[in-house]
Design a protein around this ligand. Structure first.
Ligand SMILES: Cc1cc2nc3c(=O)[nH]c(=O)nc-3n(C[C@H](O)[C@H](O)[C@H](O)COP(=O)(O)O)c2cc1C
Length: 197
């Protein structure tokens, strides 16, 4: 910190520029045998190579959230869920298509919180028989209600061509470019929205 900057009150500005954003990579499925950890870890590897933010895989399954408001259910994971989401400046949702929409577990986890999501940005990486496109469009509508700004670039993975036998994740080379283009949009939006929180 130079004396000149201190004098002109640029201290805060400099600190903000230097701080890395926190980006949570949220695994949207919780079923046994799910494919989402393979996809989430791949996104994290690509993201970490950029070194431009603190990327964390957030595994929904660890929080064991019961249905919102379910009587008699153990909702002890809810506080930790709120805490981890509150810490993030932006998100990458790993989305899988279930009956043309997102998983019930992801919808439930989104419904749990409000302020913790508000005024943040998100990118979506999806998979399914048609790349998880229908689930992604549903998620975009939900994110709008939660004041989450979702970026345009959307890596869409095919269960037929990006997974061997629909199970072993072997993404086509072009998909990594798509993830980087999505992150190129996500980071500036996450930075911008931080200024209004
Ligand atoms: C209940 C259920 C419904 C599904 N519906 C669709 C669907 O509508 N469209 C689609 O492309 N794939 C569908 N699939 C296939 C899933 O996208 C595929 O199994 C994927 O691996 C699920 O993600 P996960 O392994 O992370 O749970 C469905 C799978 C399940 C379990």
């Amino acid at each position: 910190m130079s004396l000149l900057n201190k004098f002109f009150g640029r201290e805060k500005e400099e600190e903000t520029t230097m701080e890395k954003l926190n980006i949570g990579i949220i695994l949207g499925s919780t079923r046994e045998g799910r494919l989402s950890p393979q996809v989430g870890n791949w996104v994290k590897e690509l993201a970490d190579q950029r070194g431009d933010a603190n990327y964390t895989v957030i595994d929904l399954a660890e929080y064991k959230l019961p249905l919102l408001g379910e009587s008699g259910a153990d909702a002890s994971g809810a506080a930790a869920w709120a805490e981890v989401i509150a810490k993030q400046d932006g998100f990458v949702f790993i989305v899988q298509e279930y009956n043309h929409s997102i998983t019930a577990s992801l919808k439930n986890a989104l419904d749990y919180l409000r302020a913790e999501w508000n005024n943040k940005a998100a990118g979506i990486v999806s998979y399914g028989s048609v790349g998880g496109a229908r689930a992604t469009e549903h998620l975009r509508g939900i994110l709008g209600e939660l004041l989450v700004a979702d970026v345009r670039v959307h890596p869409a993975l095919s269960l037929f061509t990006d997974f061997e036998n629909g199970a072993d994740f072997k993404p086509a080379a072009v998909q990594a470019d798509s993830v980087n283009q999505m992150l190129d949009q996500l980071l500036p939006w996450s930075t911008a929205l931080k200024t209004i929180r």
